[in-house]
Design a protein around this ligand. Sequence first.
Ligand SMILES: C[S@@+](CC[C@H](N)C(=O)[O-])C[C@H]1O[C@@H](n2cnc3c(N)ncnc32)[C@H](O)[C@@H]1O
Length: 287
Amino acid sequence: MGMEGFDPVQYRAGARREWDSVASGWRKWWPTIELGALHCSRTLLDMAGVKEGHRVLDIATGIGEPAVTAAGLVGPSGRVTAIDQSPEMLAVARDRAVASQLSNISFMVMNADAIDLPDGFDAAFCRWGLMFMPDLPAVMARVRGVLAPGGRFSAAVWGQAPNVPMVSVAFGVIRRLLNPPPPPPGTPSMFSLAEPGYIEKVFGQAGFTDVRAERLTVAMEFESPDGYVDFLKDVAAPVSAIVNKEPRAVQDQVWRAVAEAARGRRGPEGAVRMENESICIVGTRPE
Ligand SMILES: C[S@@+](CC[C@H](N)C(=O)[O-])C[C@H]1O[C@@H](n2cnc3c(N)ncnc32)[C@H](O)[C@@H]1O
């Protein structure tokens, strides 16, 4: 796939700024997010074979998942290292670890394609980060390099757009009203790893064996269509990045139309429930 017109250095700087700018939104919304997403963390930790006493690595931990869940599992004799490119997201993650009185977890600002850590990790995992990484082969090589032989790497990526209404409802409106240029093929985006069989190929090409994927549903519930819009504004960096480029009046028009589009998904109590497909994958570093 071609990546003409794509500047990875510029992309990285922009992505870091975007994620920093939504960190306070993630702090506000994490109970809603985790209500729907905790079982994805648990699935990833199970697939990666995380156990008491393990030394494990969370890549693109954001506000600390699955790292915080893993810290409970590995216990005081284990150790979690969690990395992310965004210092602001990590600040929220640190606060969550302190609130949970966890002392077996450390957070570091680090880009996933330049992981620089002592090797020998028993397991590694990444929830909803890989599709945003411009140099995925470099990331996969780094992860493989820091895993102990036999160690497993599990990751969650989003399924195809129509199966992820939490984002595609908004993108549908944005396409209709703003018609932004699509990202050049092969460049990072929410759905860049969604094509059936694609992520399995990425793991296989990186030299992981026993590659296996499963699909799960991540249900997100918002108290109203306007609550859904507030969530997107606060949390969805890739969505806000497009809308925020527009003049204020156009932004308001887009958000009103997104709320309208979500109205059809209200349940009897008025809450909006969206069931989203996530692909979870695991592979093993050969002995
Ligand atoms: C959707 S959030 C997911 C956060 C968390 N893992 C979760 O599931 O709640 C994506 C995260 O990936 C991080 N990220 C994206 N590209 C990265 C890279 N190349 N290196 C490190 N972190 C990256 C972003 O900063 C952001 O915190």
